[in-house]
Write a protein that binds this ligand. Structure first.
Ligand code: DMJ
Length: 454
């Protein structure tokens, strides 16, 4: 039945191009919500500026700052938030972020950084900032950073090591998860285009080719982890959530960015086995669980906050039937817990990891579904999410993660992706559709828009 549905979508031509976006007129309530989200962006940024400016992230409950690498800061929140501030029209805040990046951000530092996180958050933030603002300083910083990250790709397989020491330009740790192995094509393609130097694009493509060769032959499923020196899978579990998610996302978005049909075909080869083996229904709703990649055996109806990026990706690829149905699944889980926990079992409702991290994936999918259907229900739900975040996570000095969605116990952290993604997608959900139009821009996995090739 599922295969038939896929076939039908392809035959109808729905699955090979993003659907045409309908024209939507904003109601006065939509405009008011947009203004309200802008004020929440201003509020969260002001709290970061007051208590943590120049550090990686804000700890909003204690009103203190935290860094990912001890004394070294890469100003993670500043670079991640730059384009959000710009798109929300917070020009004075954006300009203070730009001054910090120009004067303080350096990469010749004593820090062993995650290649994946640095690529999606910092390189992605610098590149989208450059694309939107055309400030050459941002491109210079991006080139300096990318040249340091590139040493990670010098592995026997071409799949990048997990870490790079930025100052010493030394790569380490050959065990990576699948997302860490294959989430580079958007940023490195953009950088090759901006600089005219193909070495960035080539590194990302070589890694992707090597990764593709490691999928399980019998099922076509992709694993959750790989050893980069041997180029062999380490984790046979196949699933769509954390550790795999952005690899799948970048196949389709890479195809959109470049028009490369080979990437689109690889995306199909990756998601079709997931539809076949990993999908299941609960009530009317569609979910994707965990399966053994070697034989396709269904293991568990596991899901989590991160999985909820998938309805948005399905909408972007034109599969609105599955997009709506998986979004209903995510929404029912959101309503069950009052905010999505990081890990849970769909059928039993058992919570495996109760923390709520202010993640963007649910609002990201609401944004895409609204762009492609114009259905007002997605804005209504965005309003509901905003109210819940304000009620459960807003504190005097910013927004905080929850350590347990069931009790509502608060942690003490405001991850940089809250400003980069969660608030940006919420804001854009209520913005006119010709702002960052999806036929001209593609969002990286940290919600940094990069231009599509014309
Ligand atoms: C972000 O850093 C990115 O969206 C990544 O792909 C997944 N994790 C976080 C948000 O949840």
């Amino acid at each position: 039945m599922r295969r038939l549905l896929s076939l039908l979508l392809v035959v109808l031509g729905c699955a090979d191009a993003a659907p045409r976006a309908p024209t939507v007129v904003a109601t006065s309530a939509d405009v008011a919500t947009r203004e309200r989200v802008r004020e929440e962006i201003r509020f969260a940024w002001a709290a970061y500026e007051e208590h943590a400016f120049g550090s990686d992230e804000l700890r909003p409950v204690s009103g203190t700052a935290s860094n990912w690498h001890g004394d070294v800061s890469l100003g993670l929140t500043i670079v991640d938030a730059l384009d959000t501030l710009h798109l929300a029209g917070l020009d004075a805040e954006r300009d203070r972020a730009l001054v910090w990046i120009r004067d303080e951000l350096r990469f010749d530092v004593d820090a062993r950084v995650s290649v994946f996180e640095t690529n999606i958050r910092i390189l992605g933030g610098l590149l989208s900032g450059y694309a939107l603002l055309e400030d050459p300083m941002l491109l210079q910083k991006a080139v300096d950073l990318a040249d340091r990250l590139l040493v990670a790709f010098d592995s026997p397989s071409g799949i990048p090591y997990r870490f790079v020491h930025l100052r010493d330009r030394v790569a380490s740790e050959p065990d990576v998860d699948t997302a860490e192995a294959g989430t580079y094509v958007l940023e490195l393609e953009a950088l090759s285009r901006f600089t005219g130097d193909p070495k960035y694009r080539n590194a990302a493509r070589r890694a992707l080719d090597a990764l593709d060769a490691t999928r399980f032959e019998a099922t076509g499923l992709i694993h959750s982890g790989v050893q980069v020196e041997r180029g062999e899978p380490t984790l046979p579990i196949a699933q769509l959530g954390g550790g795999v998610d952005s690899y799948v996302e970048y196949l389709w978005k890479g195809a959109l960015q470049t028009g490369d049909r080979a990437l689109a075909a690889r995306y199909r080869d990756t998601v079709e086995p997931l539809h076949e083996y990993a999908s299941f229904t609960s009530g009317e709703n569609l979910h994707y669980g965990w399966v053994d990649g070697r034989d396709g055996r269904f293991l568990a109806p596991m899901s989590g906050a991160l999985d909820c990026f998938f309805p948005g990706l399905l909408a972007l690829e034109g599969d609105l039937i599955r997009a709506r149905s998986t979004l209903e699944g995510c929404w029912s889980m959101h309503e069950r817990y009052g905010l999505l926990p990081d890990s849970f079992e769909v059928e039993s409702g058992q919570v495996i990891a109760a923390n709520h991290e202010l993640r963007p994936e649910l609002v990201e999918s609401l944004f895409y579904l609204h762009r492609f259907t114009g259905d007002p229900i997605y804005r209504e739900r965005g309003r509901a999410v905003l109210e819940t975040l304000v009620r459960r996570c807003r504190v005097e000095d910013g927004y905080t993660v929850l350590s347990d969605v069931r009790s509502g116990a608060q942690g003490d952290g405001m991850p940089s992706f809250f400003l980069a993604e969660t608030l940006k997608y919420l804001y854009l959900l209520f913005e006119d559709h010709d702002v960052v139009p999806l036929d001209a821009w593609v969002f990286n996995t940290e919600a940094h828009p990069l231009p599509i090739a014309r």
